[in-house]
Design a protein around this ligand. Structure first.
Ligand SMILES: Nc1ncnc2c1ncn2[C@@H]1O[C@H](COP(=O)(O)OP(=O)(O)OP(=O)(O)O)[C@@H](O)[C@H]1O
Ligand SMILES: [Mg+2]
Length: 409
């Protein structure tokens, strides 16, 4: 079966294309004021438990409700594939196509901006080899890699596994921090990947006992150049967040954030060029030690995101579950506001089971904040009634066994 992976415009700025009509197309459901940035049409084909899905909406907030295992998170995951990377589950590509299908899957979205629309498509085509990267098309043109998606749209999310973000190890926190960088620096993801590739290659050489000094030197140079750029972008993001989150937005607490790592500390006290030299020298000096332990003892791959509840002066890991969730909401919404204020672009937000752990006051405050945002938010839950207070700003859909239906208002 041939699946057409829809299309979209590649290197256009996020503010939106200028050429096409953004008018509504007949079957859209208007609910209250329309968001400036929105996925107004979503088509999924053979996406996990969803054979076909077609959804159109103009709403500020899109609510997906239904029983466990219905496919709500799958829809959000599909939307997260409109941004670079492996989506909100960090899925292996092989796990995404519907089981029992052909291995071909597609996500196609029409994204509306203030000045027009673009069509973004991604997925795996029938003629692709197993293990190949997903295809990306922007307004019909094939894009090189997924990085082009970052120029088209910023997407961020909060999911139930992130309830443990402050409890578990640093890797998910580092990824969370990196996602906050993407909105402001579309090349950040590519630099992180280049750094990780060089790190892996260096580790392989050291593990195999290959003493090719020139090769190791070249890899360490790449690690130093990319690593300093990555650390500098994270530091900038932290500075931005600090200024954007001085007060918090009640009842969501202000968070004190810091990037905790050796390279970031060097950048505090010396120019980037010197930090790069120091990092390169540290890598060279640590070769024997790194060969024994694997990996690299120093570098931005070890950076942690430290978060503190500012009002209570309490590290996030010692806050209650609901407080931790509120801190995450604070950070994501502050980042969204900063993107709006400084770049004139607002991210699409995907909140999976967001109201779990939030009390009624925080739930209602969150709804108000989402309604005030200039971009669309997608939100899921098993209990539709929890979203009643969103009123006409929300469009509600029921999800059941991989099928979606518009709920009566
Ligand atoms: N590749 C796949 N093919 C078919 N089904 C899949 C595939 N991957 C996952 N599923 C199934 O999709 C179903 C829906 O998953 P999803 O996580 O979207 O449910 P949900 O509605 O979010 O449920 P919950 O309320 O429990 O979070 C699950 O039963 C899962 O096993
Ligand atoms: Mg779910």
């Amino acid at each position: 079966m041939a699946v057409r992976i829809a299309v979209a415009a590649s290197d256009r700025p996020f503010q939106g294309p200028v050429s096409r009509d953004s008018g509504s197309e007949g079957t859209e459901w208007l609910a209250g004021e329309s968001p400036a940035v929105a996925v107004t049409r979503l088509n999924l084909t053979n996406y996990r438990n969803i054979r076909h899905l077609r959804l159109e909406t103009e709403a500020k907030v899109v609510v997906l409700s239904g029983p466990n295992g219905a496919g709500k998170t799958n829809v959000l995951e599909a939307l997260s594939f409109l941004s670079p990377g492996r989506g909100l589950r960090r899925a292996r590509l092989a796990d995404v196509p519907r089981r029992g299908g052909t291995g071909v899957w597609a996500v196609a979205a029409r994204v509306r901006y203030p000045r027009g629309v673009i069509e973004i498509g991604t997925g795996v085509a029938p003629d692709q080899r197993v293990g190949e990267r997903r295809l990306v098309r922007i307004d019909g043109q094939v894009a090189r890699g997924t990085a082009a998606l970052g120029r088209a749209l910023t997407v961020n999310w909060l999911t139930p596994p992130m309830d443990r973000l402050f409890i578990d190890g640093p890797s998910p926190r580092r990824r969370f921090l990196d996602r906050l960088v993407y909105g402001f620096d579309v090349d950040h993801a590519a630099r992180v990947s280049a750094y990780d590739r060089a790190l892996r290659e260096r580790s392989r050489l050291l593990r195999d006992g290959r003493s090719d000094a020139a090769w190791l030197g070249a890899l360490e140079e790449t690690m130093a150049a990319c690593g300093i750029a990555v650390a500098a972008a994270r530091r900038e993001t932290i500075c931005r967040l600090r200024s954007g989150m001085k007060a918090g937005v009640s009842p969501f607490p202000a968070a004190t954030v810091a990037a905790d790592g050796d390279v970031e500390r060097w950048l505090d006290v010396m120019p980037a060029i010197d930090a790069e030299g120091r990092f390169r020298a540290a890598l060279e000096a640590a070769r024997d030690c790194d060969a024994r332990s694997g990996g690299a003892a120093v570098g931005p791959h070890r950076t942690d995101l430290a978060v503190c509840h500012a009002g209570k002066d309490m590290p996030a890991e010692d806050c209650s579950t609901g407080e931790q969730k509120a801190l995450l909401v604070s950070i994501v919404l502050a980042d969204a506001r900063l993107q709006e204020a400084r770049l004139g672009r607002a991210p699409l937000l995907l909140f999976d089971e967001i109201v779990a752990h939030l009390d009624a006051t925080r739930r209602e405050a969150l709804f108000e904040l989402l309604i005030d945002r200039p971009a669309q938010t997608w939100i899921t839950g098993t209990d539709r009634s929890l979203f009643d207070r969103l009123g006409s700003a929300a469009r509600r859909f029921g999800v059941d066994d991989g099928r979606i239906s518009a709920s009566p208002e």
